[in-house]
Design a protein around this ligand. Sequence first.
Ligand SMILES: [Zn+2]
Ligand SMILES: [Zn+2]
Ligand SMILES: [Zn+2]
Length: 268
Amino acid sequence: MRVTLLGTGTSSGVPAIGCDCAVCRSDDPRDRRTRPSILIDLGDDADRAVSVPFAAAARYILIDTAPDLRAQALAHGVRRVDAIAFTHSHADHVLGLDEVRRYNFMQGTAIPCFGDAATLGDLRRVFSYIFDGRTRAGGGIPRLSLFEIGGAFSLGGVDFVPVPVMHGPMPILGYRVGAFAYLTDCSQIPASSWPLLAGVRTLVLDALRDRPHATHFSVAEALQVVERLGPERAYFTHISHDLPHAATCARLPPGVELAYDGLILEVS
Ligand SMILES: [Zn+2]
Ligand SMILES: [Zn+2]
Ligand SMILES: [Zn+2]
């Protein structure tokens, strides 16, 4: 399977509006970071079964709908989305939800969306126009089917394992798929979640900046997680403008680097 890092920036994006720092003015394209999201392509051999009452084939799974979803889809050629799994409902992870109308139109189906109870509740409230059942003239609204996550679920014949993590005081979800794990927005991994991550070979993990932060791992804290889990490769995401790509990668240990928008990971 193939994972595309659609967005690797923190909530403000990089460059940040009105900032003249060296990273925000950098001409290295890897220093331009849109809001966090990934696309998982399960590949041709997925058996196309979905563990929900849908005829939809499941090959392309989007994790979160960032405010930059439209630009990300255009930049990275995302032509199909079969399901969406949400990590949590913060604005930088959900505000692109309306953009999935294009996929409804092209695919002719509703899109199944998976999230925990708190996330789905927030989606119903923030996007009340999608869920209030009223018919509107013109325009159109996304067609979505919400499924509350109660444990691992299967998409395209592949198990998606929710991994509870703490984002400051807020419990949110990461995901493990095979030997790959995606833990965005994380400041602590609870004891009960470490076993869910055992044997992960490719890890994408929150590392906001060097200075500590109340709701995100710093680079040093993220490196401690990498050391404990021992993946073959680790990529840091949700990156602020404090971290220039090239200079930061140069000081990270072997097998660890900053992710960047458009990075493609081949994982088993
Ligand atoms: Zn800046
Ligand atoms: Zn968040
Ligand atoms: Zn975030």
